[in-house]
Design a protein around this ligand. Structure first.
Ligand SMILES: NC(=O)c1ccc[n+]([C@@H]2O[C@H](COP(=O)([O-])OP(=O)(O)OC[C@H]3O[C@@H](n4cnc5c(N)ncnc54)[C@H](O)[C@@H]3O)[C@@H](O)[C@H]2O)c1
Length: 286
């Protein structure tokens, strides 16, 4: 899809980090951006940055884990800027540093509510509208490199589970939208220098409100000085225009996926050996 000036975009989690990077990159191309975040003040800061650079944006408070809130945010952006051509379902939270069996029910609800339901709500609200316009449109869902393999070092399985879900949702959406003018991309970064290690600041009131979750904080050191969010924003703009399904930002992480694929491939080799042996035994018996 060619990004035209004055198109409208809807970017969630745009008050910080990667969402802000995408909002700024789109605004530089003349796109009018609905900067959506549960932290209204942070969304307003992003809008200020966009306006200082000569772009156009509006801040919208949204809790992506709440379907009605997403619908209301979409309506607000649509009223201001017209049909939404670009949807970035990006808001997400990390839940690292705790083994699966110790994660509380409230934490499960939070991580699945934001990382999975948030993307589903964006798809539900925006894809029917995009199809109805019969004009080019694009959905970018933020997964993670953690949506393609589970890192053994950081106790990230719950987070990774949600990101695998985003990958499956997005691959399915891509299949279903073949032959339409709506494209789909999956953003799968590794370390980006954001505030994701402080995710608990954005915990919805409904799910207990902002809290302190020190188990995540070790990531702050890992992320410091890593890829800047603006670089990810530029990659996303390029991917929308190139129609890329997968957006990988860290080429060195290919080896992590290769390791997983090698293990899966070895399991298929074993299945093949066992099937061949079983077939031979069946033939000998007959
Ligand atoms: N930073 C990384 O290294 C990294 C790597 C891979 C994937 N990601 C993904 O990138 C996305 C953005 O994360 P980030 O690193 O920019 O983190 P960040 O914490 O800097 O930004 C996330 C934004 O989402 C908002 N948010 C959280 N819950 C929300 C909710 N319920 N409704 C609306 N907004 C909400 C936060 O307020 C925040 O502004 C996430 O989906 C994350 O999983 C990040």
């Amino acid at each position: 899809m060619i990004i035209e000036p004055a198109m409208a975009a809807f970017v969630t989690g745009a008050g910080s980090g990667i969402g802000r990077g995408m909002a700024l990159a789109l605004a530089r191309r003349g796109v009018q951006v609905g900067v959506c975040d549960i932290r209204g003040g942070d969304a307003a800061d992003t809008v200020r940055q966009i306006e200082l650079a000569g772009g156009k944006a509006m801040a919208v408070g949204v809790d992506v884990s709440d379907r009605a809130s997403v619908e209301a945010a979409v309506v607000a952006v649509e009223r201001a800027y017209g049909d939404i051509a670009i949807a970035c379902n990006n808001a997400g939270i990390s839940l690292h540093g705790v083994p699966l069996h110790e994660i509380t029910a409230a934490d499960w609800e939070w991580v699945m509510g934001v990382n999975i339901q948030g993307v589903i709500h964006g798809i539900q609200a925006l894809v029917p509208r995009m199809l109805a316009t019969q004009r080019p449109a694009h959905v970018v869902n933020t997964a993670s490199i953690g949506g393609f393999q589970v890192n053994p070092n950081f106790l990230t399985a719950a987070y990774s589970m949600t990101k695998y879900a985003v990958v499956a949702l997005s691959e399915g959406l891509h299949n279903e939208l073949q032959g339409t003018q709506v494209g789909v991309s999956i953003l799968a970064p590794a370390a980006v220098d954001t505030r994701i290690h402080l995710s608990e600041r954005s915990r919805p009131e409904r799910l207990g409100g902002a809290t302190v979750r020190p188990q995540n904080h070790f990531m702050g050191d890992l992320l410091k000085g890593s890829m800047p969010p603006n670089a990810v924003g530029d990659r996303v703009v390029d991917a929308i225009e190139s129609g890329d399904l997968y957006i990988f930002t860290h080429p060195d992480t290919r080896q992590w996926l290769d390791r997983r694929h090698a293990a899966i491939s070895a399991a298929f080799d074993k299945a093949e050996r066992l099937a061949t042996t079983a077939a031979r035994h069946a033939k000998e018996r007959s």
